[in-house]
Ligand binder design. Structure first.
Ligand code: SAM
Length: 246
């Protein structure tokens, strides 16, 4: 089956990201990457049950504000003098005192609206995204899959320049695709997941194919390991990705 069919067979709550929460280890990595510290006002947009807020406040000394439009999740958060939780749509939220924002959304409509909002925040505000940069923006700092953008944002000349900045390379070969896929799986996967290798293979193929379609791979020909993994996906998992090549 084509990969699109495979993805549409997975639970919608997982694919939409509604029920996906970052674990403590990646949260700490993100806070170290953002240099979160006392005096910062940290916002987690789509904070879920708010574990990030506890870590940001207790371990990094920041004031932590969580926003989520799911009242069941927000009501589970333990508030105190340094932790606030607001049940709101992030699109309507006042973020004017933010110094560090964690924003991990894949809905393009939400991303577009939030980009406008972020652009108007006070200078020096840090917006952290995961895997994808803010639209049309070059991140100021990269520790893939974590990307930091600081206001006023740096405009990318084009998509190619943006991808080169995110992958920190001039062209993407199999090894670059694999390393980045693995870093992403490690950051957002569960620690005891038995299917990490499968996810890494799938993600590697997607990174390499998307790069090839943008003429950003180091070779036009499909490298031997990419061919081999395409074969493994097709023969052992019945998932076909080759048709995505333009
Ligand atoms: C972290 S976000 C999205 C993560 C996901 N991996 C993605 O890439 O889209 C998931 C959380 O955001 C919340 N959420 C979704 N849309 C929202 C909105 N417009 N305003 C506030 N919270 C929202 C959900 O209730 C959920 O707890």
């Amino acid at each position: 089956m084509k990969i699109e069919e495979y993805i549409s067979s997975l639970p919608p709550s997982i694919i939409s990201g509604q029920e996906v929460e970052l674990l403590d280890r990646p949260l700490r990595e993100i806070f170290r990457f953002a240099n979160l510290k006392q005096g910062d006002v940290f916002y987690h947009l789509g904070c879920g049950t708010g574990q990030s807020l506890t870590i940001a406040a207790k371990e990094f000394g920041a004031r932590a504000i969580g926003i989520d439009n799911d009242i069941d999740k927000i009501s589970k958060i333990e508030k105190d003098s340094k932790i606030t939780a607001r049940c709101e749509d992030i699109i309507n939220s006042d973020l004017s005192d933010a110094t560090v924002i964690l924003f991990w959304f894949s809905d393009e409509g939400v991303i577009k609206k939030m980009y406008e909002k972020f652009s108007n925040l006070k200078s020096g505000c840090k917006v952290i995204t995961i895997f994808d940069p803010l639209p049309g923006t070059i991140p100021n700092k990269v520790s893939f899959p974590y990307l930091l953008h600081q206001t006023p944002f740096i405009k990318a000349k084009n998509l190619k320049d943006q991808i080169k900045a995110v992958f920190e390379t001039e062209c993407i070969d199999f090894t670059t695709a694999w390393e980045h896929a693995e870093r992403y799986t490690n950051a957002v996967g569960s620690p005891d997941a038995g299917n990490d290798r499968f996810l890494t293979i799938l993600q590697t193929m997607m990174i390499w194919i998307n790069a090839r379609n943008l003429e950003l791979t180091c070779t036009k020909e499909i490298p031997a390991p990419v061919k081999a993994y395409m074969g493994i996906l097709e023969n052992f998992f019945n998932i076909e990705v080759k048709h995505l090549l333009e």
